[in-house]
Design a protein around this ligand. Structure first.
Ligand code: PHE
Length: 342
């Protein structure tokens, strides 16, 4: 028995010193061969039965010693191999942070969205709320309530897509004015951005485009307030030197009505290709809200007055970014779009 124990100890020692490159798994298998339930050292314990009773304490001690020795020997190796395998893993998974990154295409914000956001930012800073009305609109909101009755020649100012006799694709965000005033009493200060539709298509017109309406109604509002607000808008949207010029015009829902020009920011007003040599660029329509429009919404025109303005976002984008053809804004060509960053 004693000899058997010594043999096992030697066997383990020889195998372990011969196989220094064992993996954790191999080591475990080997350990089981000796220390597992059916392993050789466990078999020694079972063999105790056959040892003469008077020898048992001494032999039992030897078996216990070899088991302890083997357990220690394997544990030390397990730790060493574990450490070795871990550092190999770390080395193989090392990331070279100096490698150039893979190029990934990112999206950009559409210039019309950029303009829309900037306008909302500028005007909300002056206290405006935002209201978005429906694109499929009633004739009443798009025309009649805005003082454009059926058969009125002003209907021809916008070539409208009718859906039925009463419903149409809104041709202007001015419809939002009525929807706001029907539901809210003054003071009112609201922006109404959104898509509008007109049967019109060339380098400067698109059948679908975006407008932004502004409406202010309160006691004592005059055209001067409009001018002051537009001065601030022009300076913030373009340059600090941009000037605003009002020219008389006509809209059925404003009286008086004006066309608003800004001094050309490309040439500083000297006259260039963009402003066609005039030094001015027309950017929006506006005016003092017509008494009849206020009346249509149940607002007393003897107490309250207001002004309204409406501008085309594509037009603003074209001026701001020097875009020559409106169709570029709708083609979705990435080479064009990726030039605009937030
Ligand atoms: N709705 C007009 C247009 O589309 C613009 C406008 C808005 C004019 C508000 C005056 C007041 O041409």
């Amino acid at each position: 028995m004693k000899e058997q124990i010594e043999n096992i100890r030697r066997e383990i020692e020889e195998t372990l010193s011969a196989r220094t490159d064992m993996t954790g798994k191999e080591l475990y298998a080997l350990k089981m061969e000796y220390l597992g339930k059916t392993g050789k050292i466990s078999a020694l314990s079972k063999g105790m039965r056959d040892v003469a009773p008077e020898d048992r304490p001494a032999v039992g001690k030897l078996v216990g010693e070899v088991r302890q020795w083997a357990e220690k020997r394997f544990a030390a190796l397990e730790e060493e191999i574990g450490r070795r395998e871990l550092s190999a893993k770390i080395a193989s998974e090392k990331i070279d942070v100096t490698m150039p990154a893979k190029f990934r295409e990112t999206g950009s914000v559409h210039p019309v969205t950029l303009v829309r956001r900037e306008l909302i930012d500028i005007f909300s800073g002056m206290g405006f709320d935002v209201f978005e009305g429906p694109e499929i609109e009633k004739d009443y909101y798009n025309f009649q309530a805005l003082n454009i009755p059926a058969d009125h020649p002003a209907r021809d100012m916008q070539d409208t897509f009718f859906i039925t006799e009463d419903f149409l694709l809104r041709s202007q965000t001015s419809s939002g004015q009525i929807r706001v005033m029907e539901n809210k009493k003054p003071p009112i200060k609201v922006l109404s951005p959104g898509r509008v539709y007109r049967s019109d298509s060339d380098a400067t017109h698109s059948p679908m485009f975006h407008q932004m309406e502004g409406l202010v109604v309160d006691k004592g509002i005059t055209l001067n307030d409009l001018k002051g607000m537009l001065d601030e808008f022009a300076r913030r949207m373009f340059t600090g030197e941009t000037k605003v010029r009002l020219r008389p015009s006509y809209f059925p829902f404003t009286e008086p009505s004006v066309e608003v020009d800004l001094s050309c920011s490309a040439c500083g007003g000297k006259g260039c290709r963009i402003c066609k040599g005039t030094g001015w660029i027309e950017v929006l329509g506006a005016g003092v809200v017509n008494r009849r429009v206020l009346e249509n919404c149940g607002i007393d025109p003897d107490v309250y007055t207001g002004f309204a303005f409406g501008m085309g976002l594509e037009r603003i984008a074209m001026i701001k970014y020097g875009i020559g053809d409106i169709r570029l804004l709708f083609e979705g060509d990435v080479r064009f779009l990726k030039q605009f960053k937030d």
